[in-house]
Write a protein that binds this ligand. Structure first.
Ligand SMILES: Nc1nc2c(c(=O)[nH]1)N[C@H]1C(S)=C(S)[C@@H](COP(=O)(O)O)O[C@H]1N2
Ligand SMILES: [Mo]
Length: 527
């Protein structure tokens, strides 16, 4: 008899524990769903997962961030969000078990997460109002209430037919109601958030880019070797790499967007609208952009045709004098709508190169992911010291007075692009047939230009590759090398020489603090 009583009792307990865990998960879902719904009313960026994720990105040690960019690329943000959700799910399970013993404490635990989310949301650099706390706080109240109510059904009590148990039917009804309501709120919130950038989308659709007053130099014939597997000279916009800290791509309405120019030595402060910029004489240029986080042989380089306002002209009109001519400001700090800060040497911007406020990319208004409505570009500098997307403010200051975002995180204050080359084909561990194998790829040294590319097989001599035609010294240059491949394992290595005569160094350096160096090698087995 004893054992017979024990078995169902343990059975009941196991179900109760499972129901507790489920309650925790449902409370978490309810909290996130309500927060999502409210963030649609406040700001998409005020949601707890985005806010905590953004705060986590800013606090992630540079080495880890760099690793994440390399390992996951543009998907690093998805991975981060999935990670946050996984941690939340685990904590929700714990709270669900806690609530079985201490109903109030368990429910209060949910509120604690609301406070964390609220603090993260209101301390983000783009947060301008305490209203950003609302989604997290109200969401957590909803979650706590769900947990408290569900826990009430899990209390052990006398049930009909004698013995002990808990109100299973009541629990199931309450749990399914909570699940359905959360799903409803979540779906509604998601769709409202998706629609929230509608005015920005409409403003982008309405942009008509004028023809340039100064068109790009004609692209010479022969910039593109016909070798399968080599990069395209112009990177199609959809394939252009994306690197930034934004968990939600900012959707800025071009109609209300303004750019302010101010700071040291600015005698004519100015505020410009998008229409103001469109009315000016625009320049069109081919410029290759590269990321400092690009490993040797990595993918974070792209070449596009940009149209925009020459930045030096705007600065001159504002009274800015570069330090080389006696001006007081040596650093230009660009600020974006999402709180990014990017510092560029004023001398570089005003030395005659085509630094610009870009309004268009490859014949279209900038895509949102690449900085619509306006971004900065400075040929020859890595993106993190030059290419501010979603720009809204330009301040003239000094390198002594201010450290921008990445510099605070141990990256170099100044970072001209290092001379680099990459083998696009063959791919690592390819098994080409013996005979002529086309080795091909790209080389870049923006604003200096590429003069020579050489290929070495195993420990053999460096032999010159066929250089494709050069567009400008601000663009990358494609190359190819017909290799008479003999069977066996071989290592192919490439190096470039820029127009200053500097040969790409074989000395390996990490991406931190000012860009990777070393040579790209590919190991293949010839059959
Ligand atoms: N607002 C903002 N601008 C930014 C960044 C960012 O994180 N936020 N990242 C910079 C970096 S590190 C690079 S390499 C380029 C990448 O531009 P792309 O995403 O258009 O290729 O944008 C730069 N501009
Ligand atoms: Mo970058």
């Amino acid at each position: 008899m004893k054992t017979e009583r024990k078995v169902p009792r343990r059975h009941v307990d196991r179900w109760r524990v499972a129901a507790g865990a489920l309650s925790g998960l449902l409370a978490g879902c309810a909290a996130l769903a309500v927060a999502e719904l409210l963030s649609a009313a406040v700001r998409p960026e005020s949601g707890p997962v985005v806010a905590v994720g953004g705060a986590a990105i800013d606090r992630t040690p540079t080495a880890v961030k760099d690793w994440a960019i390399q390992r996951f690329g543009t998907d690093d943000k998805l991975v981060l969000q999935a990670g946050i959700l996984a941690v939340l799910a685990l904590l929700a399970l714990v709270l669900g078990l806690l609530v079985l013993r201490r109903r109030r404490v368990g429910a209060a635990g949910v509120l604690l997460f609301g406070v964390i989310g609220a603090v993260a949301a209101t301390t983000r650099p783009d947060s301008t109002s305490l209203g950003d706390a609302v989604p997290s706080l109200v969401g957590s109240v909803a979650g706590a209430a769900v947990l408290y109510v569900l826990a009430g059904r899990l209390v052990r009590r006398a049930v009909a037919g004698g013995g002990e148990g808990w109100d299973r039917r009541g629990f199931l009804i309450a749990a399914s109601t909570a699940a359905a309501a959360s799903a409803g709120a979540g779906v509604l919130g998601k769709s409202l958030n998706a629609a929230s950038g509608k005015d920005a989308v409409a403003s982008r659709a309405g942009v008509v880019l004028p023809g340039p007053a100064s068109p790009a130099a004609r692209v010479p014939r022969g910039v593109q070797p016909r070798v399968p597997g080599i990069s395209s000279f112009v990177t199609p916009t959809k394939d252009f790499y994306r690197v930034d800290t934004a968990l939600v791509v900012p959707k800025v309405n071009a109609g209300t967007w303004r750019l302010r120019i101010h700071g040291k030595g600015v005698t004519h402060e100015g505020t410009f609208s998008f229409a103001d910029l469109l009315r000016r004489d625009l320049i069109e240029r081919d410029i290759t952009l590269t990321c400092v986080s690009n490993e040797v042989g990595g993918p974070y380089a792209g070449n596009a045709r940009w149209i925009g306002v020459p930045l030096a002209e705007l600065l001159e009109e504002s009274g800015v004098v570069p330090p080389s001519r006696g001006g007081p400001a040596d650093q230009l700090v660009a600020r974006s709508v999402d709180g990014m800060t990017i510092g560029t040497p004023v001398d570089d911007v005003m030395d005659g190169r085509d630094a610009m406020l870009a309004l268009g990319m490859n014949g279209e208004p900038l895509p949102f992911a690449h900085g619509f409505p306006v971004r900065m570009l400075v040929p020859g500098l890595y993106g993190y010291v030059s290419a501010c997307k979603w720009i809204r403010d330009i301040e003239l200051t000094t390198f002594d007075d201010y450290d921008p975002y990445w510099v605070k995180r141990d990256w170099a204050r100044k970072a001209p692009v290092k001379t680099q080359s990459r083998i696009d084909t063959p791919k690592p561990f390819a098994r080409p047939e013996a005979g002529t194998v086309m080795v091909a790829g790209v080389a870049w040294a923006q604003h200096r230009g590429i003069d020579k590319v050489e290929v070495r097989v195993d420990d053999g001599p460096w032999r010159p590759a066929d250089l494709a035609a050069e567009d400008t010294r601000d663009t990358w240059r494609l190359w190819s090398f017909p290799w008479e491949a003999t069977s066996g394992g071989h290592t192919l290595t490439v190096r470039a020489t820029d127009r200053t005569g500097t040969v790409q160094t074989g000395k390996r350096a990490r991406t931190i603090p000012d860009g990777a160096s070393g040579r790209h090698s590919v190991v293949v087995t010839v059959d």
